[in-house]
Design a protein around this ligand. Structure first.
Ligand code: FES
Length: 93
């Protein structure tokens, strides 16, 4: 089955771009020329975003040094560790 494509919106710039549901949000951000260059491993924290709308799956462990439990509960995640499950709106820290 082909991957679904969702639309991601950068709340700060209004830029929208597609992200497949089998790739992380950061890959879509970088393809759109709108994402930081980082470790892609959940450790460096440069891809920290707050999701304000939409769903996502956390598929990779996020370092607690970068994302606390309270932040995670507030929708703050690492873009390299989440895959969108719907259209999604986020703000990069
Ligand atoms: S790129 Fe390093 S934590 Fe996401």
């Amino acid at each position: 089955m082909a991957a679904a494509v969702h639309i991601a919106t950068d709340a700060a710039s209004g830029l929208t771009f597609p992200v497949r549901d089998d790739e992380c949000l950061l890959v879509g951000m970088r393809r759109a020329g709108n994402g930081p260059k980082g470790c892609h491993g959940g450790g460096c924290g440069v891809c920290k975003v707050q999701v304000s709308e939409g769903g996502y799956e956390i598929f990779k462990r996020m370092s607690r040094a970068q994302i606390s439990e309270a932040e995670q509960a507030a929708g703050i995640v690492l873009a390299c560790c989440v895959r969108p499950s719907s259209d999604i709106t986020y703000r990069l820290f």
